[in-house]
Design a protein. Structure first.
Length: 226
């Protein structure tokens, strides 16, 4: 179908607007807030004014990560049991341990422009969004500095199971609270957004996996501030 008006490429303009919107949306999750936004995942700083300052002493203090797992008698707890029925190796504790590792890897990889790590940890659609955001950042001559000072808690918020022809699609929503320093620097190494201060962030990362399929692993499918 031709969406042009005369010889004016309206379809190209619409495509450019959509692309710009996606990049801006991604940046709002991955580096355009006081601190860092990974993800949206990409996960992966917060928008200005969305974080709250943390006492500087938190930088030096070692923090124990709090894993919050729904009780078996709850709706989400029952769904976690169903995941285990389809994958005997699955436990919520081990899943959250893996999510903690992936969170740190993805946030670091996005800041450093490490596409190899991102491709291994993200779903194809989310990887394309991360790649576009990194390309736009590089084109602007900007760099991102990110330092996770502490991951305070990971909480399983919800679980969804979807029967598919090749297995069961599973998604697990995880709220991650962390202390971070994040800022974007321009070509002159001057701050564009963020600040050199520890800030607390709350993010919702969604991981997905095809249960019952050989070689399938949990990958980041979405991320946003929460």
């Amino acid at each position: 179908m031709d969406f042009s008006f005369g010889h004016f490429p309206v379809d190209l303009i619409l495509f450019a607007l959509v692309a710009a919107f996606l990049v801006l949306r991604l940046r709002s999750v991955l580096g355009r807030r006081v601190g860092i936004q990974p993800l949206p995942m990409p996960v992966p700083a917060k928008a200005a004014g969305m974080g709250k300052s943390v006492d500087a002493k938190a930088e030096a203090a070692e923090q124990n990560v709090d894993f919050n797992i729904p009780a078996p008698g709850t709706r989400v707890g029952q769904l976690l049991l169903q995941v285990r029925e389809k994958d005997a190796s699955f436990t919520p504790q081990q899943f959250l341990t893996g999510a903690q590792t992936v969170f740190a890897q993805v946030v670091k990889a996005y800041a450093e422009g490490d596409l190899v790590t991102l491709k291994a940890r993200l779903t194809p659609a989310v990887y394309e969004s991360f790649e576009a955001a990194i390309t736009a950042r590089n084109a602007a001559g900007e760099t991102q500095r990110t330092d996770i000072k502490a991951i305070r808690s990971l909480s399983i918020e919800d679980v969804h199971l979807t029967p598919l022809a090749v297995g069961v699609g599973a998604t697990i929503e995880v709220r991650i609270v962390s202390d971070q320093i994040s800022l974007v620097l321009n070509a002159e190494n001057q701050p564009v957004t963020g600040m050199d201060a520890v800030t607390e962030f709350s993010d919702l990362w969604i991981f997905e996996r095809l249960l019952g399929a050989s070689g399938s692993i949990w990958r980041l499918a979405s991320a946003r501030s929460a």
